[in-house]
Write a protein that binds this ligand. Structure first.
Ligand code: HEM
Length: 363
C-alpha cells in the first residue's frame, strides 16, 4: 500500500514536471523549444552569427545592429502621430528597413544605411519581418560581447505600414531636457531607464561625428559589455581625438576616445548623475537594468498579446569577470564627480603609462 502510494505520488510529480518542461522537437532535429513558433529562429541565428557577425565577434556589425534596434524602436510617439494622432503601430516595427528610402535620410540616422544594407539580404533569405529581425539581431549580436545580458526576445511584429516621422531619434547635441522628454514621449522611459539604455555605448564607436576618424570608440573596451563607459565618461575631458569642433562632440579624457556631448551631460545632470554613477563597477546592476529597459524598447508600439516569447533562443552571453579601472596614468582626481548623494566608488588605476584607445575596425 505504502509503495503504491509512493508510486502514485512519484507519477504525479513526474506528470507535473513534464507539464512544466515539455518541449517540442524542432524540425531541424537538433533544437527543442517551448513554443514551436520559436523553432524558425534557430537557423536565422546560426546564419547571422556566421555570416553577419563574422563567426561570433563583438565587432562593428554587432555595435551597429544594437544601434539599429534603438533607431527603429524610438520612432514612435505617445503624444502625436504623422497626422496628429497617436501612432497605432510604429516603434519597433522594422520601418527603418521597410521604409529605408525615407528613414535613413533623417539626420540622426547618419551612417545607419550601412547596417540596413547588411541586414536586408538576411531578411530576404529567411521568413521573418524586418521588425523581428532587427531586435533578434541586436539581442543575438550582443551575446558575443563579454558581460552583456541575455535579452528578452518577443516574436511576432507585423510588417510596418508607414515610415517613422523625422526627429524621433535623439541627437548628441540635444539638451538633457529634450532627450529625457523624447524618451518619456516614446515609451514612458524614466531618466534612470534612459541611463540604463546608454549602457549600449559601452560597445560603441562613432563613424560620423568626426568623419576624419571613423570607428572612434566611446570607451577603452568597445568589444566588452563592461562598465568602463560609465567610468570614462565621468573623467575630465582634455582633448579631441580628431579635428574637434564637431557638432555633438566634447573633449574626452583619452587619446583615441570620442565623447558625445549628450553622454557627457547625462553623466553630470542632477536627474541622471546618480544612476550613471551607480553603474560604475556594478556589472550585474548595469546588465540587469539594461535588460529591463531593452525589453520595453524592443516592443514599443507593438501588441504584446499577439507575440510569442522566444527569449529562450537567445544564446547565453560570454561572461565578464574583470573589474572597472581608472585608465593608466589617471587617478580619482581626474573624476568630475556629479552625484550629490554618494561618493564615486574607489577604483584601481590600470598599471603603466597613459595609453591611447585603438579604433574599432570598420572593415
Ligand atoms: C541620448 C540618446 C542617444 C544619443 C544622442 C546617441 C547618439 C549616438 C551617436 C551620435 C552615435 C555615433 C554614430 C556614428 O557617428 O557612427 C551613436 C552610436 C551608437 N549608439 Fe547611440 N545614442 C543614444 C542612445 C542609444 C541607445 C538607447 C542605444 C541602444 C540601446 C544606442 C546604441 C548605440 C550603439 C551600439 C552605437 C555604436 C554604433 C557603432 O559602433 O557602429 N544609442 N549613438
Amino acid at each position: 500500500m505504502y509503495f503504491q502510494l509512493l508510486a502514485a505520488v512519484a507519477a504525479s510529480i513526474g506528470a507535473s514536471n513534464a507539464a512544466i518542461t515539455r518541449r517540442v522537437a524542432c524540425p531541424d532535429g537538433v533544437h527543442t523549444a517551448t513554443n514551436a513558433a520559436c523553432c524558425a529562429l534557430f537557423p536565422i541565428i546560426d546564419d547571422i552569427q556566421t555570416n553577419l557577425f563574422d563567426g561570433g565577434e563583438c565587432g562593428e556589425e554587432v555595435h551597429e545592429s544594437l544601434r539599429l534596434t534603438f533607431h527603429d524602436a524610438i520612432g514612435v510617439s505617445m503624444s502625436k502621430g504623422a497626422a496628429g494622432q497617436v501612432f497605432s503601430r510604429g516603434g519597433a516595427d522594422g520601418s527603418i528597413i521597410t521604409f529605408n528610402d525615407t528613414e535613413v535620410n533623417f539626420h540622426a540616422n547618419n551612417g545607419i544605411d550601412e547596417i540596413v544594407g547588411e541586414q536586408q539580404p538576411f531578411i530576404a533569405a529567411h521568413n521573418i519581418t524586418a521588425g523581428d529581425f532587427i531586435q533578434l539581431a541586436g539581442a543575438v549580436g550582443i551575446t558575443n560581447c563579454p558581460g552583456a545580458p541575455q535579452l528578452e526576445f518577443m516574436f511576432g511584429r507585423p510588417t510596418a505600414k508607414a515610415p517613422a516621422p523625422d526627429l524621433t531619434v535623439p541627437e548628441p547635441f540635444d539638451t538633457v531636457d529634450s532627450i529625457l522628454a523624447r524618451f518619456a514621449d516614446a515609451g514612458g522611459f524614466t531618466p534612470a531607464e534612459v541611463v540604463a539604455l546608454l549602457a549600449s555605448h559601452t560597445i560603441a564607436a562613432a563613424d560620423k561625428v568626426d568623419p576624419t576618424i571613423p570607428g572612434t570608440p566611446f570607451d577603452s573596451t568597445p568589444s566588452i559589455f563592461d562598465t568602463q563607459f560609465f567610468v570614462e565618461t565621468q573623467l575630465r575631458g582634455t582633448s579631441f581625438p580628431g579635428t574637434g569642433g564637431n557638432q555633438g562632440e566634447v573633449e574626452s579624457p583619452l587619446r583615441g576616445e570620442m565623447r558625445l556631448q549628450s553622454d557627457s551631460e547625462l553623466a553630470r545632470d542632477s536627474r541622471t548623475a546618480c544612476s550613471w554613477q551607480a553603474n560604475v563597477n556594478q556589472q550585474a546592476h548595469m546588465a540587469a537594468s539594461f535588460k529591463a529597459a531593452m525589453a520595453k524598447l524592443a516592443v514599443l508600439g507593438q501588441d504584446l498579446s499577439t507575440m510569442v516569447d522566444c527569449s529562450e533562443v537567445i544564446p547565453v552571453p560570454k561572461p565578464f569577470t574583470g573589474q572597472a579601472m581608472l585608465p593608466a596614468g589617471l587617478t580619482e582626481n581626474d573624476i568630475e564627480q556629479a552625484c550629490a548623494s554618494t561618493p564615486f566608488p574607489a577604483l584601481q588605476s590600470a598599471p603603466g603609462p597613459v595609453t591611447s584607445v585603438a579604433p574599432v575596425s570598420v572593415y
